[in-house]
Design a protein around this ligand. Structure first.
Ligand SMILES: Cc1cc2nc3c(=O)[nH]c(=O)nc-3n(C[C@H](O)[C@H](O)[C@H](O)COP(=O)(O)O)c2cc1C
Length: 188
């Protein structure tokens, strides 16, 4: 069975992107994948420095890396900060790209497939950040699905339970999750 790791590039408790990634994860699950939704806030990931790295890879990085290593697919929803990827997501990707002695895992990315999406209160839905995220993942050896999603007006999109109110939009997000499940299955 295909395994997928799903995460948001935000630490905020009520993050819209955390809500978005859960809907995509549901789509992937409904398509038969085993999906683990993780919250970056639950991992001890310090700011990357080669000095910190020289003292040993932090436990939170190793924990997350193990989860990536077990997965064939990645689902990513990230806010756009100043037209680009958030610092917290870039920092996590930088750590995960490094080989670590403790895990015996090289890069956590090579040959995996990813579906990327964003949501923002603004009218563009974070689409500018997605092109940067795509570039970074491409450089890490990830096959990034051509279809991506940027969901504008985030304040109006979700209900109190984090569901997407518009059925067509919900289906679009689930379809992206399902597409990654299908691609990940071919790699499992
Ligand atoms: C430092 C910073 C920069 C931001 N830059 C953008 C931006 O370039 N485009 C945009 O649509 N929203 C921008 N925003 C607004 C975020 O999209 C908004 O805070 C969003 O709710 C963050 O996502 P989250 O709810 O998943 O945490 C920015 C927010 C912050 C804190």
């Amino acid at each position: 069975m295909a395994k997928i790791i799903a995460l948001a590039g935000s630490l905020r408790a009520n993050s819209f992107n955390k809500q978005l990634i859960k809907v995509a994860a549901q789509g992937a699950e409904e398509a038969g994948a085993e999906v683990q939704v993780v919250d970056l806030a639950d991992f001890n990931i310090p700011l990357f420095s080669e000095d910190v790295e020289a003292e040993g890879t932090p436990s939170g990085v190793n924990d997350l890396k193990h989860l990536f290593a077990q997965s064939q697919g990645i689902l990513l929803a990230s806010p756009e900060y100043n037209g680009s990827i958030t610092g917290v997501l870039k920092n996590a990707l930088d750590w995960l790209s490094r080989p670590s002695k403790d895990t015996n895992i090289g890069s956590a990315f090579q040959g995996k497939v990813a579906g990327i999406m964003a949501t923002s209160p603004g009218g563009l839905g974070g689409i500018r950040g997605l092109s940067h995220t795509r570039d970074i993942l491409f450089n890490l050896g990830v096959i990034v699905n051509p279809k991506q999603l940027a969901v504008p007006s985030a304040y109006q999109v979700f209900d109190e339970q984090g569901n997407i109110k518009d059925q067509k939009m919900e289906q679009n997000v689930k379809d992206l999750g399902a597409q990654i499940a299908k691609l990940a299955r071919s790699l499992a």
